[in-house]
Design a binder for this molecule. Structure first.
Ligand SMILES: [Zn+2]
Ligand SMILES: [Zn+2]
Length: 252
C-alpha cells in the first residue's frame, strides 16, 4: 500500500513536471516568435525559475498522488465520471466554483506571504524573477508550493466535479499561471482593456504585482483586490523590458 501511494505521488509529480515544461516551453517559444529579445540576458534567472518550478512539481505531486490513489482505490473525493450524475448545467458551474475557491485561497495566502517576516522565508523566491518569464509559472519556494499544492486536492473532497471539468480547471490553472508571467498579453485588447478585463486577471494585472509588490494579489479574478482596495490597475510591460535591457547591458 505504501508503495502504491509512493508510485501514485511519483506519477503525479511527473505529470505536473511535464505539464509545466510543455506549457512554459510552449509559451516561451511563442514569446521568442512574438518578442524575440524579451528574455535576452535572463538565462540565469530562467535556469533558477525552472529549478524552483520542478521542485514545486515534486511538492504538488504528493497531495495529488495521495488523493488520486484514494479516489481510485477507496472511492475518496467527490470526483465523478458519469456525466449525468449531476445536471449538465452543473458542469460549467463546478468549474467556476473551483476557480472562485482557488482564487480566494490564493488571494489571502498571497497577501499573508507578503507580510515582511513571511515574505523572506516563503515568497521572495517568486519575486526574484524581475521581470518574470513564462518559466516563472511555478517558481515558488517549497513552503509557498505547499500552500498551492493542497488547494485542488482539498477542494475535490468538498465540491463535486466531473473528471473532465477537473481537467479543464487544471488546464486553466496551468495556462493562466504561465501567461500571467510571460511579459506580454496573448489576449486581444478588448479582453483585458474592456469590461471583461475589469474582473479577469491577465498578464498586465499580475505584471503590476511584480512591479509594486503591495497590490494586485489575485489569481484569476479582480473582485478580492477591488473589494479590499488592493487593486492598482494594469501594469505596463515596458518597465520590465527596461530592466531586462539593464541586465543585458551589465552582462556585456
Ligand atoms: Zn507572480
Ligand atoms: Zn507576490
Amino acid at each position: 500500500m505504501t508503495l502504491a501511494i509512493f508510485l501514485s505521488a511519483l506519477a503525479m509529480t511527473l505529470i505536473v513536471g511535464v505539464r509545466y515544461l510543455l506549457a512554459s516551453g510552449g509559451f516561451a517559444l511563442a514569446t521568442r516568435f512574438r518578442h524575440p529579445d524579451l528574455y535576452a540576458g535572463l538565462d540565469r534567472q530562467i535556469r533558477r525559475e525552472i529549478g524552483w518550478s520542478l521542485a514545486s512539481a515534486a511538492i504538488y505531486g504528493v497531495p495529488a498522488g495521495i488523493v488520486a490513489w484514494g479516489w481510485q482505490n477507496h472511492g475518496w473525493t467527490r470526483i465523478y465520471t458519469d456525466l449525468h450524475a449531476f445536471p449538465l448545467w452543473y458542469l460549467p458551474l463546478s468549474v467556476l466554483l473551483y476557480l472562485l475557491a482557488h482564487d480566494a485561497w490564493f488571494y489571502w495566502t498571497h497577501r499573508w506571504m507578503h507580510r515582511p517576516a513571511l515574505f523572506r522565508r516563503m515568497h521572495a523566491v517568486h519575486h526574484a524573477s524581475r521581470p518574470p518569464t513564462a518559466w516563472a509559472a511555478m517558481s515558488f519556494h517549497p513552503w509557498e508550493a505547499v500552500t498551492g499544492a493542497v488547494v485542488i486536492p482539498a477542494l475535490v473532497f468538498l465540491i463535486p466535479i466531473h473528471v473532465g471539468a477537473l481537467g479543464l480547471v487544471l488546464t486553466i490553472m496551468t495556462v493562466m499561471g504561465v501567461t500571467n508571467h510571460m511579459g506580454w498579453e496573448i489576449w486581444p485588447r478588448f479582453v483585458w482593456q474592456g469590461p471583461l478585463g475589469a474582473w479577469l486577471i491577465t498578464a498586465s494585472h499580475h505584471q503590476r504585482h511584480h512591479e509594486q509588490y503591495g497590490c494586485n494579489f489575485g489569481l484569476y479574478f479582480r473582485h478580492w483586490d477591488r473589494l479590499c482596495g488592493t487593486d492598482k490597475g494594469l501594469g505596463a510591460f515596458d518597465r520590465g523590458h527596461a530592466a531586462a535591457g539593464r541586465r543585458r547591458a551589465l552582462a556585456e
